[in-house]
Write a protein that binds this ligand. Structure first.
Ligand code: HEM
Length: 272
């Protein structure tokens, strides 16, 4: 599970005055004490800082590779150390390998996940902002696969529950955000689809081994080459973000923590 309660602020960005929608100014990664970074990261940050100083310009971790790399950098730090090697949070609860899931709990997780994917996919289909149009039919959509999985569980004689508050709350949150704040919305879009393709897949495999005789659900199958589909979406996100000011980019990065919090609550349903 993501460490929902202990997740620290998505790392801050700079001290410039910010737009109305932004939170109060915070220190940038590069202005944090070097002791708060792991040795490997400290080296990376030191190199970035030197380069920045040389160029007389502030740099942001991952910036040279494109904005998605900045999003990834913030997201990876919010993992616990046992979830991913770049994670910086202390482990909380049992690692996924020791989870004791139940079919009922897993069904609650799938139902709430479907509500979130239905919502994300409806939002980009409706495209209230022109930048959402880019994200229609990316091949990463999960809604139809989840519908087929729930049908399969039904055929197996399981009752499909109604969505519960973790999914309802997240769906409502992203829906509202999407209508007024594209950079923040696209942070949730990125984290939801990319988390599922990484840790989500690993969790699905472990759970299936324990309670579904290893059956692979449609939720974990993509048509075509997944790494290419992910790369296409990275390229689109990078292109969209090229039109954002630094303040809008920072605002997007700051939303990562909320994405972890909401998704973490849905993930916990597996163990409910
Ligand atoms: C038990 C929970 C989780 C586990 C075990 C987990 C594990 C992982 C692992 C192993 C990676 C791959 C790291 C690599 O590329 O080497 C990853 C990537 C990632 N995770 Fe998680 N994760 C979890 C929860 C989450 C949550 C709640 C979010 C956000 C909603 C999230 C967002 C991401 C993102 C954005 C990436 C980068 C994917 C990419 O670069 O393609 N993860 N995670």
């Amino acid at each position: 599970m993501a460490s929902i309660t202990s997740i620290s602020r998505a790392q801050p960005i700079h001290n410039k005055p910010q737009l109305g929608v932004l939170k109060k100014p915070q220190a940038h990664f590069l202005s944090m004490p070097i002791s708060s970074f792991s040795p490997k990261k400290s080296r990376m940050v030191a190199i970035a800082a030197t380069t920045a100083a040389e160029k007389g310009k502030k740099r942001y971790p991952g910036e040279a590779k494109g904005f998605v790399e900045e999003m990834r950098f913030v997201a990876m730090k919010l993992h616990t150390k046992d979830q991913a090697k770049e994670g910086e949070k202390e482990p909380q609860g049992q690692p996924v390998a020791r989870w004791e899931p139940t079919v009922e709990g897993y069904l609650r997780f799938l139902v709430d996940s479907k509500l979130v994917y239905d919502t994300l996919e409806r939002i980009v289909e409706k495209a209230a902002f022109p930048e959402y149009t880019e994200f229609k039919n990316t091949g990463l959509e999960r809604s139809e696969g989840l519908a087929r999985d729930l049908e399969w569980f039904k055929e197996q004689g399981h009752a499909i529950p109604e969505p519960s508050s973790p999914g309802i709350n997240y769906a409502q949150y992203v829906e509202e955000l999407s209508e007024k704040d594209p950079p923040a919305f696209l942070c949730h879009f990125y984290n939801t689809y990319f988390a599922h393709s990484a840790g989500g897949r690993m969790i699905g495999k472990k759970v299936a081994e324990k309670i579904l005789n290893g059956k692979e659900l449609e939720f974990y199958k993509w048509e075509g080459d997944l790494s290419q589909l992910l790369q296409n979406v990275r390229d689109k996100l990078n292109r969209v973000a090229e039109n954002w000011s630094r303040e809008e980019k920072d605002h997007c990065l700051e939303e990562t923590e909320k994405s972890f919090k909401f998704s973490g609550e849905i993930l916990r349903l597996v163990l409910s």
